[in-house]
Ligand binder design. Structure first.
Ligand SMILES: Cc1ncc(COP(=O)(O)O)c(C=O)c1O
Length: 383
C-alpha cells in the first residue's frame, strides 16, 4: 500500500453521516442531519421532468444557465437592493463546493482563515485542503454572540479571510447590521476577505431581516456570498447553489471552478429558474418558523433547556445537563440507541471538541415526525 497522508484534520466520516447511520441502525427518528423529510413542491418536481423532456440534458454553461442567473439577480436585487448580473453570479454544485472553491481562489499556503465556532464542519477541512490554517474563535456561550475582543486578538499578518455564517448552523443566531459594522471597522485597514455562508438566508424568523454581506458597501470588493437552493426549496439532494462576488473576484473564482466541476446539473438549473420566475415569493421562512414554534413548544414538556431560541436556520440547540452528565457525543449516541431520537452533539462543531452539554435538533421535519420524537423522549425522560 502506498502511504497516504491526510490532507485535513476533519473526521474520517462526518458526524452527520455517523448519526444518520446510527439512526437507521436503531430505527431512531432522525433529527440529526439537516434535511427535510417532507416532499418538495409538486410544481418544482414537475419542472425537473419538463427540463429533461425539453432537452436540458447536456453541459450547462460554465458559469450557469443564464435564466437561473437572471432569476438570482432578480431575487438578490429584491433582498439586498443591489443589482448583480451574470458577471457576478456563478452557479455551483451546492454551497460547500462554493466555500471550498472560494478558499481555493484566495488562499496561499500557510495563510490563516478565521472561523467562528461552533462552525459548520466543512470549513476546517476546506481551509486545510487548500493549504490554509484554520483559526477558530469561539462565540460567547450561551448567547452565541461574537466575542469581538477575541476575534480582534486572533487577527495576524497572515489572516487572509474570515468565514461568517448567518443565519447560523448550528445555533440559529443571525448577524445584525451592527455586527457587520463592527467587522467592517475591524478589517478596514487589513487585506482580509469575507466569505459569507448565507445558505439559510430565506429561513429567518420573527420578522428579522437577513443582513447579507452583499449589503455592506465597504465589503463589496472583498467578499464572496455563498448560497444553496437546497435550504429554501427543501431539495438538499439536488446540490445546486451559487456564489455572488464582484467581477474581478468572480473571474478568479471561475478560473478555479472551470477545472473543478466546470458546470452544474442542467435540468435542475432550468427547474429552479423557472420555478423562481413562477413563484417569486419563497415561503420557507414561514413554514420553518411554524415548525420551530411547534418543536420548541413541545420541548417545554421535557427537561431540556434552550440556551437561545433559533432566530433562523433549521436548527434548535438544547442543553441536556439536567438529564445526564454524559459527554455530548455519548449522550447523542444514547439518545439515538435507547430513546430512538437522533441529534448532533455540538462538540462536533469545534476543532478542539469543546463540550458544553449541548445537542442540535433539526426541526425541518413533518409535524408528525416532530411529535413522534417528542413522545419518545417524554416516555424515556419524564417520570
Ligand atoms: C451552514 C451551511 N453551509 C453549507 C451547507 C452545505 O450546503 P450544500 O448542501 O448546498 O453544499 C450547509 C448544509 O447543511 C450548511 O448548514
Amino acid at each position: 500500500m502506498i502511504p497516504l497522508f491526510p490532507k485535513h484534520t476533519g473526521a474520517d466520516t462526518t458526524i452527520f453521516s455517523v448519526m444518520s447511520a446510527l439512526a437507521q441502525q436503531y430505527n431512531a427518528i432522525n433529527l440529526s442531519q439537516g434535511f427535510p423529510d417532507y416532499p418538495i413542491e409538486e410544481d418544482l418536481g414537475n419542472l425537473l421532468y419538463e427540463a429533461s423532456r425539453k432537452g436540458f440534458n447536456q453541459y450547462a454553461p460554465m458559469a450557469g444557465l443564464p435564466i437561473l442567473q437572471e432569476a438570482i439577480a432578480t431575487h438578490t436585487a429584491r433582498s439586498t437592493g443591489i443589482t448583480f448580473g451574470s458577471p457576478n453570479i456563478t452557479i455551483t454544485p451546492g454551497a460547500s463546493y462554493g466555500i471550498y472553491t472560494a478558499l481555493a481562489t484566495i488562499l496561499q499556503a500557510g495563510e490563516e482563515v478565521i472561523i467562528l465556532e461552533p462552525a459548520y464542519d466543512s470549513y476546517i477541512p476546506a481551509i486545510e485542503m487548500n493549504g490554509g490554517i484554520p483559526v477558530p474563535v469561539a462565540l460567547n456561550s450561551p448567547t452565541f454572540t461574537i466575542n469581538w475582543a477575541l476575534l480582534e486578538e486572533s487577527i495576524t499578518l497572515k489572516t487572509k479571510a474570515i468565514i461568517v455564517n448567518t443565519p447560523h448552523n448550528p445555533t440559529g443566531m443571525v448577524w445584525q447590521q451592527s455586527d457587520w459594522d463592527r467587522l467592517t471597522k475591524l478589517i478596514a485597514e487589513r487585506n482580509i476577505y469575507v466569505l459569507s455562508d448565507e445558505v439559510y438566508e430565506q429561513v429567518i424568523f420573527d420578522g428579522l431581516p437577513h443582513c447579507s454581506v452583499l449589503s455592506q458597501p465597504a465589503l463589496q470588493d472583498r467578499c464572496f456570498a455563498i448560497y444553496s437552493f437546497g435550504k429554501a426549496f427543501h431539495n438538499t439532494g439536488w446540490k445546486v447553489g451559487y456564489v455572488v462576488a464582484n467581477e474581478a473576484l468572480t473571474k478568479a473564482f471561475r478560473r478555479v471552478h472551470q477545472f473543478l466541476a466546470f458546470s452544474v446539473n442542467t435540468p435542475a438549473q432550468y427547474a429552479i429558474a423557472t420555478y423562481m420566475q413562477q413563484f417569486p415569493l419563497n415561503n420557507s421562512g414561514i413554514l420553518l418558523a411554524q415548525k420551530r414554534n411547534l418543536f420548541n413548544e413541545l420541548m417545554g414538556d421535557l427537561p431540556f433547556t434552550l440556551p437561545q431560541v433559533a432566530k433562523g436556520s433549521y436548527f434548535q440547540v438544547a442543553d441536556y445537563s439536567a438529564i445526564s452528565p454524559l459527554p455530548d457525543t455519548e449522550f447523542a449516541a444514547w439518545l439515538t440507541k435507547e430513546v430512538g431520537v437522533a441529534t448532533i452533539p455540538i462538540s462536533a462543531f469545534y476543532k478542539n471538541g469543546s463540550d458544553a452539554k449541548l445537542i442540535r435538533f433539526c426541526f425541518a421535519k413533518k409535524e408528525e415526525t416532530l411529535r413522534a420524537a417528542i413522545e419518545r423522549m417524554k416516555a424515556h425522560l419524564i417520570g
